[in-house]
Design a protein around this ligand. Sequence first.
Ligand SMILES: O=P(O)(O)OC[C@H]1O[C@H](O[C@H]2O[C@H](CO)[C@@H](O)[C@H](O)[C@H]2O)[C@H](O)[C@@H](O)[C@@H]1O
Length: 350
Amino acid sequence: MTNHAAFNADDAVTAVPPPAQASRHFSSFPPRRARDCRNAALGRMDLAASLLDSMKASSPRHAKLAAAADQEDWMEKHPSALERFEAVVAAAKGKQIVMFLDYDGTLSPIVEDPDSAFMTEDMRDAVRSVAQHFPTAIVSGRGRDKVFNFVKLEELYYAGSHGMDIKGPTTVSNHKAKADEVLCQPATEFLPVIQEVYEMLTAKMESIPGAIVEDNKFCLSVHFRCVDEKEWDALGEEVRSVLEGYPDLRLTKGRKVLEIRPSIKWDKGNALEFLLESLGYAGRGDVFPIYIGDDRTDEDAFKVLRNMGQGIGILVTKFPKETTASYSLREPAEVKDFLRKLVKSNVTKG
Ligand SMILES: O=P(O)(O)OC[C@H]1O[C@H](O[C@H]2O[C@H](CO)[C@@H](O)[C@H](O)[C@H]2O)[C@H](O)[C@@H](O)[C@@H]1O
């Protein structure tokens, strides 16, 4: 975590190989001895070919073409859930859809100030409509109260702190199954320690301009989106040194954020399973969970769906990324379109 590559990996895209350095091909040329001439001539042909390759690779046009080819290949494996909408609907036909939605980067755009990541009224309306048709849960790294204050829909299930704080709807909804009883907080014993670390990190981050420590109740986020890249190593070191004293906490990386959480085996995937069970859908073959998320932590939920062999994971991204999701959407605006389409489709009629 002490290098920039590790920090950058949060917005990681499947790497387009870096252009080869043309100059390295000249280091062993010309050959030292005459008898090496033939080999050298053959070598020269290889050399010319590889030099040409590397020149091509370093041209912006080639880089663009390579990126486009990668993108195309990736899109074949993770097609747009909008473009393949009919296939999604066909797979869900006759089954009970259960909708799981991540918040940041999925329902709201990524912005510099974490407190200003508002969702649009249009998006709220789309989520409201979805929840009228299917049980719907928000699954977020944010604290549950905080994410509720952004979404403001009482009829939803909320799983905050990466799934470590789950609560059912506070108003009656069409599909409520034992909703009032739904409550899961598997990490309560960590609350004092999380608070202690929050205070320590807040004090440490005062010396790093732009760093923000966010209290997400059972988890903490150290944001470095607005921190000068030169300071990233220092920030990482500070966080790591604090955590050395807390072996029961673990550190993961999200989008320009370091996330600190209890090292218990509970993640967004467990939250998804817990909610399916609470809703009475565990072990049923006629259930079709749809999980939409943009971040690494959402991969835990995508994996659960893959292993179940039911439902679909949809990754929100503009770039190819390694993922277990089967479909993709490019941005929150497309998530909104997908939700609206789903509500309008026949699939809502079962
Ligand atoms: O599980 P999520 O709902 O996706 O939450 C993950 C983190 O999201 C937030 O941070 C991200 O969004 C911010 C606002 O757009 C952005 O400034 C930041 O760089 C992103 O990492 C949230 O603030 C974190 O606490 C969550 O852990």
